[in-house]
Design a protein around this ligand. Structure first.
Ligand code: AMP
Ligand code: MG
Length: 490
């Protein structure tokens, strides 16, 4: 079956000359589809069966650009672990173009692992199967959890081995995103003092993501505020499911508010705010509990790029207006976090004391070895009249006093306990991508068995729903499991 139907409408390539290098993917020896995301393909107006073919594999590996594509490597810079790199860019990826999906939304189609580009620096431009499937799995899990994210359209093997700690099967992830505009994209031109280029980019970002700001009095300040709000909401959602991004560099922070770049990310098992999985994050810069602060830090870097646009004639005024937005971030975040926590706690009618109540819960959980995910399902079980979450605590004294306050707070709710518990189960997943399960699925996949990957993905696609016979997927790693470690740039 012929692969057709890519309805490209490529604004980035047409409107932002100078922000990229036109570039082709590598001519891989034998591209082969590992998995196509059928639902997402259909959302994009594509035929999944047609994509699952040698022709589809050639397209989705970057070997053969489809009709209408304008493949290119995007330029960007970024602060990585606090240090500024003026030139990063798509070192192993290309943007094929933009597709208008069946709902009318514009989506980037991007290939990660498609070979070297002018931005590769010392890298080989490649990706390998394990990390590609990891991004597929975790991105789709995040989507199913209702968290804004880039998504996987397909995973493709390239037919060549790539050297990592040994030879590994080379692979490409076909990724779909609201856009690939990053804080680092702005930094690339701001660092070069190319203010007119930053303006062009900001105008493009506003038209694409925040079009109601077009024609307003202060569109660039508005852009800063919207991105800050989007990131506050996003990080609050991460915190609500125990997600640790792991590499919140400014090149990995989107303007759209989607999660991007699933490298060293992982979900926390027992609650501990200092949790870090990344092998290189020795200082805990991107630890679970530090994510809101790092988001604010990144937004301050974004603000710096916009200052010359916010107030061209009076830089001091630009700085003070931008600073005012950044200073409001903790409030934006706290509001978003409280909303997430109220949903998790089954509190539909927001009250002033809810933020403190939620904070007190986290204090009670600290040092108790409580599984973060199971705790909230247990809490709902208690609301329903079951055994509850108490048994998860090593010493439940702190939890008991918190629970008294929670019980009192619940008396202000009008819904029945049963209805509240059901609402909690719709806000609190039973299944998250448990590290040991992800690892086992990837090891099997690299050995040629996709069964565990497919079964895990299937469970993660409906994370709130109890699945008969899938109880193991809800359980934490065995207590004697080795500490989990993740890696960047795999
Ligand atoms: P990341 O840590 O994935 O956000 O990547 C940071 C930067 O390194 C980006 O510019 C990537 O394109 C680049 N990069 C990561 N891995 C490779 C690789 N294997 N080859 C070339 N560039 C890479
Ligand atoms: Mg990145």
């Amino acid at each position: 079956m012929a692969v057709s139907g890519f309805q490209f409408d490529n604004t980035y390539a047409v409107q932002l000359e100078g922000f990229y290098v036109p570039w082709q993917g590598e001519a891989f020896p034998a591209p082969s589809i590992v998995r196509v995301n059928d639902t997402l393909a259909r959302d994009l107006g594509l035929d999944p069966a047609a994509l699952d073919s040698p022709e589809g594999a050639a397209i989705l590996s970057g070997k053969t650009p489809p009709e209408g594509a304008t493949p290119l490597a995007m330029a960007y810079a970024g602060h990585q672990f606090g240090g500024f790199s003026p030139q990063l860019g798509d070192g192993r990826a290309i943007l094929l173009g933009e597709i208008i999906d069946t709902k009318g939304a514009r989506r980037d189609l991007h290939l990660k692992g498609s070979g070297r580009t002018p931005f590769s620096r010392g890298g080989d431009g490649k990706a390998v199967l394990g990390p590609v499937l990891r991004e597929y799995l975790i991105g789709e899990a995040m989507h199913a959890l209702g968290i804004p994210t880039t998504r996987a359209l397909a995973a493709v093997t390239t037919g060549e081995d790539v050297m990592r700690e040994g030879p590994k099967p080379g692979a490409v992830l076909a990724r779909v995103a609201a856009s690939h505009l990053r804080v680092g994209t702005f930094q690339f031109f701001a660092a070069r003092r190319e203010t007119e280029m930053v303006r062009k980019l900001a105008d493009y970002a506003i038209a694409r993501h925040y079009p109601d700001l077009v024609g307003t009095d202060a569109p660039y300040l508005g852009l800063l505020e919207r991105v800050a709000e989007a990131q506050a909401a996003l990080v609050a959602r991460w915190m609500g499911v125990g997600f640790i991004h792991g590499v919140m560099n400014t090149d990995n922070m989107t303007i759209s508010g989607e999660t991007i770049d699933y490298g060293p990310c992982a979900f926390m098992d027992s609650y501990a705010p200092g949790t870090v999985f990344s092998s290189i994050d020795h200082q805990g810069r991107y630890a679970y509990g530090n994510q809101p602060v790092m988001a604010q830090w990144n937004l301050a870097r974004f603000a710096e790029t916009l200052v010359p646009l916010i107030s061209p004639d009076d830089p001091d005024r630009g700085v003070s207006l931008a600073t005012e937005v950044i200073d409001r971030f903790p409030t934006m975040y706290s509001d978003a976090w409280t909303a997430v926590m109220c949903a998790k706690l089954g509190l539909a009618e927001a009250r002033d004391e809810d933020t403190d109540l939620a904070r007190a819960l986290f204090e009670a959980m600290e040092g108790q070895g409580v599984d973060f995910t199971l705790f909230f399902r247990g809490l709902a079980d208690g609301v329903r009249g079951g055994a509850g979450a108490r048994a998860l605590f090593d010493d439940p004294a702190g939890y008991d006093s918190w629970h008294e306050a929670y019980t009192l707070r619940q008396s202000h709710e009008t819904a029945t306990p049963e209805a509240r518990a059901d609402a909690m189960d719709r806000a609190n997943p039973l299944y998250i991508p448990r590290n040991h399960l992800v690892e086992a699925a990837l090891i099997a996949a690299e050995a040629g068995d996709l069964g565990p990957f497919n079964r895990l993905l299937d469970v993660l696609e409906t994370p709130f729903e109890h699945r008969e016979g899938r109880e193991d997927y809800a359980a934490p790693a065995p207590a004697d499991a080795d500490p989990y470690v993740t890696f960047c740039g795999t």
